[in-house]
Design a protein around this ligand. Structure first.
Ligand SMILES: [Zn+2]
Length: 443
């Protein structure tokens, strides 16, 4: 295996914004100018990776102490957020947000101290803490996974829920899965510092895939990578994704295929199946030294543009200088314009202190597909032909076709991947009806 020399100058070989969708692509900086102590992009917030995970040799004592505390059950989303704070994925955040941070993040995409942050990270509970400073045990699936020290508490009335939904999701439609989650959350939000006792099932269930930011950073540094593009995946990797990853490899040192291993909405394909699809694709169609696969523990929020920014933020903590943003990144249904998640990167606050800015840059790529006349994968920027020459099938549409037992069009996916998906759908007993949105999301 030939690794690239670590002495290579960390500059990509081409401008890193590839889409016509961006009005400012020529102004985009190719690489962030600052680096962390490992030579990689620094963690967000300027304090390195901030980790709330309790040391392994202190966990037993901490768990014994936590067992005496009042318990609050947490949701899957809250648990994913907690684990991210544990492992430094949400650096510099190591607390569920208090009211001031929550409101400022919703309205301005800034925490109260002026640090960029696009999506509120909150904890809900049925009752308020007994007193300020109360330590509360957080329970997920019967296990105490962390402790929060309650520093703030406020009621999430109808007005507060609407404020969060309008700003973060751009809609208050209860059909939107992210809005529904906010409407269904409990009466109070509790803000406060956390200590994390357990990463739950992620390290064992996704062994070899689930990765902490310090691990991906160590592996990037070992390979001599400096410019790394993250490819966000929540659908099986088909040929358009393969094309996106290969574009990224052409302009960066490597690509980090980073799968969501938390919860999706019903009807989506579970992480273990998606991971096997990526394995098959990487094994047969990529030089292994230019690709790395990893997983992160969050649930999807389906917040479209705002979530794309959160994805870039935690990719920075994982050591990525860039994130590929294709069509309808993190969207759902028809709630977002198909390139809104690209445009938003040009309209975010840029705090005076560079440490408080988002440094991970979008690698904007236009709508991609296989074109029969071009005789290969292409995008709207490279292919002059018509829709009749193109195989345009979204990940959502593929799930529907597989679920309904239909044949997939030629050139849509590699046979090794299609075989894995067919096998999965054959074994399904409870099928969920899949709805198609206008953008039929592909990421
Ligand atoms: Zn073409």
């Amino acid at each position: 295996m030939s690794l690239r020399a670590s002495s290579r100058v960390p500059v990509p070989r081409a401008p890193l914004s590839l889409s016509a969708a961006s009005p400012s692509r020529s102004l985009m900086r190719a690489t962030p100018s600052r680096t962390g102590h490992d030579g990689l992009i620094p963690a967000h917030g300027g304090r390195g990776l901030t980790k709330a995970l309790v040391d392994p040799d202190e966990v037993a004592d901490a768990a014994r102490w936590a067992s005496s505390l009042r318990r609050v059950p947490i949701t899957s989303r809250e648990n994913g957020d907690l684990v991210m704070m544990g492992i430094g994925g949400f650096s510099p955040l190591t607390r569920f947000m208090g009211k001031e941070d929550w409101q400022s993040v919703c309205e301005k995409m800034l925490m109260a101290d002026g640090t960029f942050w696009p999506v509120p990270i909150t904890l809900s509970a049925d009752s308020a803490p007994a007193r300020r400073g109360e330590q509360i045990a957080l329970e997920h699936r019967g296990e105490v996974v962390g402790v929060v020290e309650a520093e703030d508490c406020w009621e999430m009335g109808a007005a507060q829920r609407a404020l969060e939904c309008e700003n973060v999701f751009r809609t208050t439609d209860p059909e939107h899965p992210g809005v529904r989650a906010v409407l269904n959350q409990r009466r109070f939000n509790i803000g406060g510092s956390v200590r994390v006792l357990s990463e739950g099932e992620f390290p064992t269930r996704y062994a070899g895939i689930y990765m902490r930011p310090e691990e991906s950073r160590r592996k990037f540094a070992e390979r001599g990578w400096r410019t790394i593009a993250a490819l966000q995946l929540r659908n099986p990797m088909h040929r358009s994704h393969e094309y996106l990853a290969k574009i990224a490899i052409e302009v960066c040192d490597g690509v980090f295929i980073h799968s969501l291993v938390g919860n999706l909405k019903p009807g989506d394909i579970p992480a273990d199946v998606r991971v096997r699809c990526i394995d098959a694709l990487v094994k047969n169609y990529f030089p292994p030294e230019n690709v790395m696969q990893g997983g992160y523990p969050l649930d999807m929020r389906y917040a479209g543009p705002r979530e794309a920014l959160l994805h870039a933020l935690f990719r920075q903590n994982y050591g990525c200088t860039h994130m590929i943003v294709g069509r309808d990144h993190a969207g759902v249904g028809n709630y977002y314009g198909i390139f809104d998640s690209q445009y938003i990167f040009d309209n975010i606050p840029t705090p005076e202190d560079p440490a408080k800015r988002l440094l991970c840059q979008p690698l904007k790529i236009d709508w991609t597909f296989y074109c029969k006349k071009c005789d290969g994968p292409a995008s709207l920027r490279t292919c002059p032909h018509t829709k009749f020459d193109r195989v345009v099938v979204s990940g959502t549409m593929v799930r529907k076709m597989l679920s309904d037992g239909m044949e997939l069009p030629d050139h849509f996916g590699r046979p090794e991947v299609i075989d894995i998906l067919r096998e999965y759908y054959k074994g399904l007993t409870n099928k969920v009806e899949i709805k198609l949105g206008h953008a039929a999301t592909m990421n």
